[in-house]
Design a protein around this ligand. Structure first.
Ligand SMILES: [Zn+2]
Length: 187
């Protein structure tokens, strides 16, 4: 159906973050024909070669040449694209951006031997979204009641910036889609 590469994304709306995969035929590609479709990532593994070609075919090897809305951008098998799609469907919509950011940061816990992240570790480590890491640090400082531990006449000398800088070693931060930061525990 599609006859050009690189396939352009069907998403005209930039806020559309639907995970998608462009599934194409390897044999056709080798012979110089670009045959493929954009499909929701979860459906990539179920796409039949006949559907991709729009007719009966002996070509049975399909491959995802491009993906969109996934935390990684590379070619992959249709099975892997479906696994990514299922994973992103498994988290609440408001957590999806954070999960993608976590993987993108590179400092995440993978499930098994592949690249897919562990959802239980994600839920354990995701702290939330703040305008900056320092904003998170200030909130933590207040929540822990640290101000009460410092004599009031010395509080003005406390170097909150230095404290936040050291605190940051225990965390991973990654920019969120709206320009704030997602904060994750890294230890
Ligand atoms: Zn083909």
């Amino acid at each position: 159906m599609n006859d050009r590469l690189p396939p352009t994304s069907p998403a005209s709306d930039p806020t559309d973050t639907e995970p998608r995969a462009w599934v194409g035929c390897l044999a056709c590609l080798i012979s110089g024909r670009i045959i493929g479709h954009w499909v929701p990532a979860v459906e990539a593994a179920d796409l039949a070669p006949e559907v991709v070609h729009g007719r009966p075919t002996s070509h049975d090897e399909l491959w995802c040449f491009d993906v969109e809305g996934l935390p990684i951008v590379r070619e992959m098998s249709p099975t892997e694209a479906t696994e990514w799609g299922r994973l992103l469907d498994a988290v609440e919509e408001w957590q999806r951006d954070a999960l993608i950011a976590w993987v993108r940061s590179g400092d995440y816990v993978a499930e098994g031997s592949g690249d897919l992240p562990s959802l239980s570790d994600f839920e354990e480590r995701y702290v939330g979204e703040w305008d900056s890491f320092k904003d998170y640090a200030i909130e933590l400082f207040e929540e822990c009641g640290y101000a009460a531990e410092i004599p009031e006449h010395l509080l003005g000398y406390f170097d909150l910036d230095a404290w936040a800088r050291d605190l940051a070693y225990d965390y991973t931060t990654e920019r969120s889609s709206d320009g704030a930061v997602h904060v994750f525990r890294s230890l």
